[in-house]
Each structure stands twice: as C-alpha cells, then as structure tokens.
Ligand binder design. Structure first.
Ligand code: FMN
Length: 186
C-alpha cells in the first residue's frame, strides 16, 4: 500500500444522527493507516442548474476539486435510500461533478457504494441507482462485495457498529476498498 492513497467520502444523508454516517465511520476506522479519507461536504451545495455552468460557484468548485484525480484515488459513497432511489443531495453532487459537459470529474473515477437502511432491502435500489449513474458517467465501480445493509439499526448501538457479524463484513469491505483505491490498474 502506497503512503499516498486518498479516498473522498460522500455521505448521502444530511441528517445529524445518520445511521449511514455511523457505518461510514466504522469503515473508515478499518482502513489501513496509509489511506487518508477526506469527507466531501454536500450539505451546502445549491441545487444543480445548468445555467451555473458558465459561472463560478465556490462550493461546486470545492467538491469537484475534492473528487478530481489529483485529490482522490477513489470515492466512497455511503448512503440511505429515499423513496426507492438515492437521496436528492447525493444525486445533486453527482450532477454537479458531471458538468460542465466535457469536464466531468467522474470519468474513470473509482467509486464504491454502501447503503444502509432500517428496512428489509438495505437501500439496495439506491445503491443500484448510484451504480447506474456511475456507469453512464464512465466511472469505475467497485464490483464486490456489494454492501446493502438491511435492518441496519439492529447492528448499531450508541458507540457505533456493535454487531460482530456486520463488523466482520465491513472489515472485509474496507480491506477490498483499500486494495481497490490503491490498485492503479483497476
Ligand atoms: C424521504 C424519505 C424516504 C425514505 N425512503 C426509503 C426507502 O425507499 N427505502 C428505505 O429502505 N428507507 C427509506 N427511508 C427510511 C430511511 O432508510 C431511514 O430514515 C434511514 O435512517 C435514513 O438513513 P440516515 O439515518 O443515514 O439518514 C426513507 C426516509 C426518508 C426521510
């Protein structure tokens, strides 16, 4: 593992007590020390409008820069599902990064997605929709393990991820994620 591996973390929930943030924190804690994680704040991004393509919006420039090649070997998205798809806030940063036309930050970008929900399906539709958008944007998706955490609140306590089974699964994911981010041949 090189000393310079960097992952940009995007959390699809804006909620203060977000369960997805708790899973993200656990995954980050399981990454090798050689991996640096920088969170991309998406809470302050104005809703994307193509009219803005010709102007400079500071928050847009910030997130585009954080995701670009030089600043992130890979992007990890940890997100809930809202009404059977990804939350608007996550779609917004995907759209912002995809434009202006010809300057997308997603082209060839390595991207991994994790979803978590208290429900039965684990936010799978949200994760699959992220994969669909990323495929269209020519990103390089981490194929496996697929992580859709169902009944996710049952794996948590006040300290974070408490279920041993979920911990083991996320440790495996973190190990694969580190390799994925590091491997320049992916
Ligand atoms: C607007 C909205 C829509 C939701 N739709 C879904 C859904 O389609 N599938 C699902 O599993 N959970 C759905 N939920 C429940 C979320 O999974 C739950 O609120 C979860 O805690 C959100 O993740 P967070 O805690 O990281 O914000 C929805 C919640 C909201 C607020």
């Amino acid at each position: 593992m090189s000393a310079a591996t960097t992952i940009a973390l995007v959390i699809g929930s804006l909620r203060e007590e977000s369960i997805n943030r708790k899973f993200a924190e656990y995954i980050v804690s399981q990454l090798p020390e050689s991996v640096t994680v920088n969170e991309v704040n998406i809470a302050d991004l104005p809703l994307y409008n193509q009219d803005y393509d010709d102007t400079t919006i500071e928050s847009y420039e910030r997130v585009r820069q954080q995701i670009k090649d030089a600043d992130a070997d890979a992007v990890l998205m940890v997100t809930p599902e809202h009404n059977r798809t990804m939350p608007a806030a996550l779609k917004n940063v995907i759209d912002i990064g995809s434009r202006p036309y010809g300057s997308s930050v997603w082209t060839d970008k390595k991207v991994a997605v994790v979803t978590a929900s208290p429900g039965t399906y684990g936010g799978r539709s949200s994760g699959l929709d992220v994969r669909k958008s990323m495929q269209m944007l020519s990103a390089k998706m981490m194929i496996s393990p697929e992580v859709y955490l169902s009944h996710a609140t049952e794996s948590l306590d006040e300290e974070g991820v408490s279920s041993e089974r979920t911990q083991k699964f996320l440790q495996k994911f973190a190990s694969e994620l580190a390799k994925f981010a590091e491997n320049s041949g992916v």
